[in-house]
Write a protein that binds this ligand. Structure first.
Ligand code: ADP
Length: 408
């Protein structure tokens, strides 16, 4: 039922309107209530909230405007639609009716069809307004729940991330401890093997084997320690130092000549006039790993190059280590810089340090990145893809700050 309150001091009006509303054929039906004064109206409304009000303007005592103002001032009655009834139909009246908060205005003598049509329209509007308010409230509740859920999930993710960080730290510390523990006995083994190597005959050959094995293990242990230091942010760097790229290249040639000859690879170095503002030991280590990889992933007969040039505007130098090797799938261009990351099957890797595809522990490029970042530089790889038959090659680009060598 739609409860409609009619307020008019003329009884005849009340009767006509009430009977028309009662007779109206619609669902839900109208249930009219009639009162003659403003005061009675307020009492009737307080007892039972109507769905719509038909309100006469001119009444003795409290007039229609005043009733309307009071209803609009009360939160409980504010939204009830009020249609004003007036005998005069003057412009002034209409304006005042809308200003007071009425939704519509009907002039007397009224046409019943018009009254019914206006009542119907405003009840429908009111119904739609309520539906909209309910939908909005539901949306707000849903949003609130969603926000709670997101906050909960974010907290869970943060927790999982903290756990992962802790695990990663524990792993790094474990690696560091193991590497330290291994280093001392390895040095002893290497020392004794070197002593044995001073003898002649079979002993010398056996000792040579032990020394090279121990050297390899030493290199891996050192890589593990470097990685642990990078992870802990404890890499000690001396960035005040400057080092010419040419001297790094010289050392690289010296270090890798035997491997290059064995693998029938050529290595060209063009350091240009590049002077790096970098820790000399770490800068060497960085290029050592890049050249070592270039050797490992280039088939016999291939070519390797190390080229440097200064980028004046940026106070940086770009050094490119290029090879004619098997290349790297673009999918892995970022991942290969993660520690322990290796592409390809570990089981098919050859174990020799500079053998073709001789897999290592997957630390080389992570150390390279750690060193480059510690110098505020950048490193990235360029390669068309992985193809052992066509060998598209790889180019590792390194950007490092430049410096000047002081003359003493
Ligand atoms: P690893 O000890 O396996 O060499 P790295 O961190 O040095 O570890 O390299 C990670 C992976 O990146 C390697 O396993 C290899 O698959 C790929 N890679 C690195 N350098 C090259 C290169 N020059 N050519 C082709 N693949 C490379």
């Amino acid at each position: 039922m739609n409860n409609i309150l009619i307020i008019d001091d003329t009884v005849a009006n009340l009767e006509v309107l009430a009977s028309a509303l009662k007779k109206a054929e619609r669902e839900p039906r109208y249930e009219p209530r009639c009162v003659k004064t403003g005061k009675m109206a307020l009492r009737a409304i307080a007892q039972h909230l109507p769905d719509l009000i038909l309100l006469d303007i001119k009444m003795p005592g409290m007039d229609g405007y005043e009733v309307c103002r009071r209803l609009k001032a009360d939160e409980r009655t504010r939204d009830i639609p009020i249609i004003f009834l007036s005998a005069m139909g003057e412009i002034q009246d209409k304006t005042q009716a809308f200003t007071a908060g009425g939704v519509d205005y009907i002039t007397k003598p009224f046409q019943i069809e018009e009254v019914l049509a206006r009542v119907e329209t405003h009840l429908t509007l009111q119904h739609q307004k309520r539906q909209l308010q309910e939908a909005n409230a539901q949306l707000a509740r849903f949003n609130e729940q969603l926000e709670l859920l997101v906050a909960e999930r974010t907290e869970q993710l943060k927790k999982a991330y903290r756990n992962l960080e802790q695990l990663d730290r524990a792993k790094s510390e474990f690696i560091q401890v193991i590497a330290h523990e291994l280093r001392t006995p390895l040095t002893v083994v290497r020392g004794y093997a070197q002593l044995m190597g001073n003898r002649t005959g079979d002993d010398k050959a056996i000792a040579g084997g032990i020394v090279s094995g121990a050297n390899r293990m030493h290199a891996i242990v050192n890589d593990m320690l470097d990685m642990a230091r990078i992870d802990a942010g404890a890499m000690q760097i001396c960035t005040d130092d400057c080092v010419p790229l040419s001297s790094i290249c010289q050392k690289l040639v010296q270090e890798f000549t035997p491997a290059l000859q064995e693998r029938k690879l050529t290595m060209t170095t063009e350091p240009g006039s590049v002077i790096l503002q970098a820790d000399p030991d770490l800068a060497y280590k960085l290029f050592y790993h890049l050249v070592m990889n270039a050797i490992k992933y280039t088939p016999d007969g291939g070519a390797i190059s190390v080229r440097g040039q200064v980028i004046e505007d940026e106070d940086m130098a770009e050094i490119v280590v290029a090879d004619t090797g098997i290349g790297i799938d673009p999918e892995f261009h970022e991942l290969i810089f993660e520690k322990f990351y290796q592409t390809g099957e570990v089981s098919v890797h050859s174990s020799g340090q500079t053998k073709f595809k001789g897999g290592g522990p997957g630390l080389g490029l992570a150390i390279v990145r750690g060193i480059v970042l510690a110098h505020n530089g950048r490193v990235w790889v360029e390669s068309q893809g992985y193809d052992e038959a066509k060998c598209p090659g790889s180019k590792f680009h390194v950007l490092l700050p430049i410096g000047t060598v002081q003359d003493n």
